[in-house]
Design a binder for this molecule. Structure first.
Ligand code: CA
Length: 487
């Protein structure tokens, strides 16, 4: 009898404890929502993230470009900070985007290849265990829109509107044609591969769009329209232009601006960059017209370095280009304007990386939620403001899983590049930005130490989750095997 009453008391205590916890957590959630609602009434910064595709380090005015004027992109740089050593976490499109939208090295969750375009394969996309910047900002009370190129999964479960965006306008694959008369594959779900996906109609949210404008102009139009719409919340606009990624296509209006460029590839490339610059201008003008420019953060960068041969881009003084881990592949045009926080005309020379964007926003927006996962990026604002000295990162890392290439950059500008897991290069970027003089054999101690750092970092990474764009044959073979009836 005594025993059973003790058990009853224990149960009761357990139940009451549970109820108390439930009450506290409900009250906390309620409080948080209240707080966010109040903050919304105050001024909270809007955020515009402008991403270009395959634009070279040397192809913006603020990095010294002479033949392609980019007065509007330069306005962002003049109003804020130019990162002279701004990096992305991979040297081609999709893994770089997976890194910048999660604030984490994409190798941590196996997004290490450009994905195949497979609308019905639910394994090819950004894992749902990862929190996107848009999901984070949605929790923090933002209204979000993605415009342009997605490239983080085509299956419905990876659709931008299932990844924290309230609205979407654009296309889901890795690129697109620019002239609407070439959009001759009606439904994005019926495209069978990446090449076909370039010819699908655009979508607004989940509906097909009848588009008439040159693609870059259409994306700019949508961006301007989005910020012009009345909202009761601060907004986050992710504007991912696919220009100046190939195919090289531009309208006469933009081509006519470059009578002096003789090389046809460069001329079309210049026209495409100029179209983006016009779009950025329209956007900045709209912010001023709405009197919200002073309360809007603008981030500008390219998703990887310029593929010089492919699109006629120029990486300035840097070696190599897209796909490589030489500076030309991973160091990109990068600028942020943040009125009231970053002094106009700032230059920042220590290495920063696209992964820092998430962490910096998370640390500096009042009332922001707690990021779900551990971020690899750092809050770089105090460094840019001069409140902290030194470099935000001890080391930055890069890995090509299939090729077994690695790169590491340390805080002092010493860079190691390992090709095929064996050929080792060591450069001092402070004195050798062009990576001409391999000092690996002169400094074996540093070489070994940095190799060990890479191994340490790699211990916390995953192998790729899916086959890449150039493994289509293997993928198809495996699918065929899977679909064979079992006897
Ligand atoms: Ca790209």
């Amino acid at each position: 009898m005594i025993r059973s009453s003790m058990i009853f008391k224990k149960k009761l205590a357990f139940l009451l404890g549970g109820l108390l916890l439930l009450f506290l957590s409900t009250a906390w959630t309620f409080n948080r929502k209240e707080k966010i609602a109040q903050l919304n009434k105050e001024e909270r910064p809007n955020i515009i993230f402008i991403l270009t595709d395959d634009q070279g380090y040397g192809d913006v005015g603020f990095n010294g470009c002479k033949d392609i004027p980019t007065p509007n992109i330069d306005r962002i740089a003049k109003n804020g900070v130019i990162f002279t050593s701004g990096y992305v976490s991979y040297s081609v499109c999709a893994p770089s985007r997976a890194g910048l939208i999660t604030g984490r090295y994409q190798d941590r969750f196996g997004y290490s290849r450009n994905p195949l375009y497979r609308p019905f394969d639910e394994n090819i996309g950004l894992p749902l265990s990862e929190q996107t910047l848009s999901e984070f900002l949605k929790l923090s009370g933002y209204h979000n829109m993605a415009i342009g190129k997605w490239h983080l999964g085509v299956h419905e479960k990876f659709h931008p509107m299932n990844r924290g965006f309230h609205e979407f306008f654009g296309f889901l694959g890795g690129g697109h044609r620019y002239f609407p008369e070439e959009y001759d594959i009606k439904n994005p779900d019926s495209a069978k591969n990446e090449g076909q996906s370039y010819r699908t109609k655009l979508v607004r949210n989940n509906k097909l769009v009848e588009e008439n404008e040159y693609l870059t102009d259409a994306l700019s139009r949508e961006a301007v329209s989005f910020i012009g719409k009345k909202k009761d919340k601060p907004f986050f606009l992710y504007l991912a232009y696919n220009a100046p990624h190939s195919p090289l296509q531009a309208t006469q209006k933009y081509l006519d601006r470059f009578p002096n460029i003789q090389n046809n590839k460069r001329k079309t490339y210049a026209a495409m960059v100029s179209a983006v610059d016009d779009g950025v201008g329209l956007l900045l003008d709209k912010l001023e017209e709405l009197k919200i420019a002073d309360n809007t953060i603008i981030i500008f960068l390219s998703d990887n370095g310029g593929p010089i041969e492919d699109n006629g881009s120029n990486n300035g003084p840097l070696r190599g280009g897209k796909s490589s881990f030489w500076e030309g592949g991973i160091r990109v045009p990068f600028a942020i304007s943040w009125p009231g926080k970053i002094k106009p005309g700032t230059r920042y020379d220590n290495p920063v990386i696209s992964l820092d964007i998430f962490a910096t926003l998370a640390s500096n927006i009042s009332g922001a939620a707690q990021p779900k996962n551990m971020l690899d990026g750092k809050d770089i604002l105090p460094y840019v403001q001069g409140k902290r000295s030194g470099s935000p990162h001890d080391y930055l890392f890069w890995r090509h899983y299939d090729q077994k290439n690695y790169a590491l950059l340390d805080h002092s500008g010493v860079k190691q590049v390992i090709l095929k897991d064996s050929v080792i290069h060591l450069f001092d970027l402070k004195t050798d930005l062009a990576e001409k003089k391999n000092i690996a054999s002169d400094d074996r101690k540093t070489t070994e130490q940095l190799k060990a750092e890479i191994k340490k970092w790699e211990a916390n990474t995953l192998p790729p989750l899916f086959y890449g764009l150039n493994q289509e044959e293997q993928y198809n073979k495996e699918q065929k095997e899977k679909s064979k009836p079992k006897n």
